[in-house]
Design a protein around this ligand. Sequence first.
Ligand SMILES: Cc1cc2nc3c(=O)[nH]c(=O)nc-3n(C[C@H](O)[C@H](O)[C@H](O)COP(=O)(O)OP(=O)(O)OC[C@H]3O[C@@H](n4cnc5c(N)ncnc54)[C@H](O)[C@@H]3O)c2cc1C
Length: 261
Amino acid sequence: MAISSRTSPRTTRPSIELEVVATKTLSPHLVRVTFGGAGFADFEDRVETDKYVKLMFTTPPPESRPVTRTYTIRRVDHVAHTLDVDFVVHGDEGLAGPWAANAGPGATLSLLGPGGGYAPNPDAEWYLLAGDLAALPAIAAALDALPADAVGIAYIEVSSEDAILPLNAPDGVEVHWIIDPEHGVDQLADAVRGAAWKEGRVDVFVHGERESMKSLRRVLFDERGLERAQVSISGYWARGRTEDRFQAEKREPVGQIFTPA
Ligand SMILES: Cc1cc2nc3c(=O)[nH]c(=O)nc-3n(C[C@H](O)[C@H](O)[C@H](O)COP(=O)(O)OP(=O)(O)OC[C@H]3O[C@@H](n4cnc5c(N)ncnc54)[C@H](O)[C@@H]3O)c2cc1C
């Protein structure tokens, strides 16, 4: 197993098959699946904290082409030869969410990747992290990677109080949980707009529901005037869309974070 530092998310590597070795209910809204097995030897780790894989789900013929779903690798344990993926439990719709909610030891899944795009910039003076539950694994991994003296603010939007989890943030990083049962698209943007902005160059990581990211884009670029290079921003999913539709819509104005809405 090697650790890659390439930043390109593209991969020509073959898929690897991993086995579920454990599952853990982190909250009623998030389940952790720990994958391991012989296939782990072929897993090529990366340094980015938002590293992600494409999980392959087979559908019955005639649509026998696997359907993929994108998930962050929350943590890799190179001693135990396992990796953790935290899945949002979002009801009966979809493939990955329901699969994870019912997964048990011995189940197998093939995955492609990983790719990755962000790690905290060591030259930044402070860090701003924001997202919803789908982005929590990447935000939590970034918090784990920050030095103990890092300064910053994190906002995590959830639908109810029982989704709040302990996070391993440096003392200088304030963590704010935003509870919004209505799933408003402006909650994170309003929080960031109202943040006590700190001195110096900020490094920003904001990901989550697409419309919510468009709202945040306006705050970060139009109102705060940040440079593109200091902001990692993307939609991780879109309400009412399967991931297939969400990915296809990236070619249309509605699917683009940087198209004025
Ligand atoms: C780089 C990247 C990393 C990601 N990392 C994670 C991760 O670590 N954990 C994680 O849970 N998700 C993560 N996501 C989001 C995940 O890929 C999507 O949520 C995906 O749609 C889930 O697939 P599904 O089969 O469960 O639902 P789909 O079949 O894609 O969708 C079925 C329905 O469920 C809705 N839905 C999908 N996701 C959610 C959600 N989170 N909350 C409420 N409704 C939803 C859809 O809008 C649709 O109506 C990531 C996405 C990207 C691009």
